[in-house]
Design a protein around this ligand. Structure first.
Ligand code: C2E
Ligand code: MG
Ligand code: MG
Length: 288
């Protein structure tokens, strides 16, 4: 049944032994994830989001990390869907949000924290309460928290989800559209909700300087965002050439391995407004 559903429904699939093994492995992963949540074994890494002109840190994106006791590191693109299917995403989401707010309190006031939110957390209807709790427990001002949602949240102009986003906006938190351009009707989502920030998906940044189409789409997105008074962030910036092109296109912010990879909170220091690795600072001090 699940194979047929995943293949887009309206079709049939014959049972194969591989399917049972996969479903067993998913169920195992779900129960291991629940145990990890109960024991507080999930981790959060942070990746800097920097101002394109000054390279000062404007925010840090919280990214969930899970080291499975026997399988080793499981990527979020694997365990987030498991959490969603197993009904664990609410707990997982609140855990990450609470941790992220608590970590962010120690950073300079000019540095925000961005937390990814699953569409299921939004449709559950209690996200504004969860956010209020996390802010109160940490003491983080609402305007230092950003929530990143993907385009699927607004599929079919989901009115209940839009009400939730408006309630979050009322609290004072920023609402960010993640992975822009990869959805089913990306431009129409910009028409459904006034986003504070639009993150241009890495697939377009990858093509900068090599594919004329990618450059055209990036330039057009930056221009549309500007007209909508939204900040733009280029995701997955890996090369100097990409960064130079983005700067000349007047993108607001950049994020990617070129500027810094995701690391635990304890690895980051803020020096002259920039996020730097503590190990680099102590290395430089030794060399001096
Ligand atoms: P995302 O929110 O778009 O996060 C950016 C992803 O791109 C991260 O992958 C990051 O490590 C990766 N990345 C950043 N810069 C570069 C680069 O220059 N090159 C390359 N190749 N990759 C780069 P990660 O951590 O594996 O997360 C994947 C996705 O999983 C995230 O995409 C987000 O959608 C989801 N995710 C992660 N943590 C959470 C969470 O706490 N809750 C929810 N609901 N989703 C999460
Ligand atoms: Mg994100
Ligand atoms: Mg993204």
């Amino acid at each position: 049944m699940y194979e047929a559903k995943n293949a887009g429904r309206d079709c049939c699939r014959l049972f194969e032994p591989r399917m049972e093994a996969e479903s067993l492995s998913r169920r195992e992963l779900a129960s291991d994830l629940e145990a990890a949540l109960t024991r507080g074994q999930l981790d959060v890494h942070y990746q800097p989001v920097v101002d394109a002109a000054s390279l000062e840190a404007r925010g840090m994106e919280a990214l969930a990390r899970w080291k499975h006791p026997t399988r080793g590191f499981v990527p979020p693109l694997e365990f987030i869907p498991v959490a969603e299917k197993a009904g664990l995403i609410g707990r997982l989401g609140e855990y990450i949000l609470t941790r992220a707010c608590r970590d962010a309190v120690a950073w300079p006031a000019s540095v925000k924290v961005a937390v990814n939110v699953s569409s299921l957390q939004l449709s559950a209807g209690d996200l504004p309460d969860v956010v209020r709790r996390a802010l109160r427990a940490s003491g983080l001002p609402a305007n230092r928290l950003e929530l990143e949602i993907t385009e699927s949240v607004l599929l079919d102009r989901n009115a209940a989800n839009i009400r939730q986003l408006l309630a979050l906006r009322e609290l004072g938190v920023g609402v960010v559209l993640d992975d822009f351009g990869t959805g089913y009707s990306s431009l129409s989502y910009l028409n459904s909700f006034p986003f504070d920030k639009i993150k241009i998906d890495k697939s377009f940044i990858d093509g900068l300087g090599t594919r004329a189409e990618a450059s055209a789409i990036v330039l057009a997105t930056i221009s549309i965002a500007k007209s909508l008074n939204a900040v733009t962030t280029a995701e997955g910036v890996e090369t100097l050439e990409q960064a130079e092109l983005l700067r000349s296109a007047a993108v607001t912010e950049m994020q990617g391995y070129l500027l810094g990879k995701p690391r635990p909170a304890s690895d980051w220091l803020f020096v002259d407004g920039k996020a730097v690795l503590a190990a680099d600072v102590s290395g430089a001090a030794l060399a001096a």
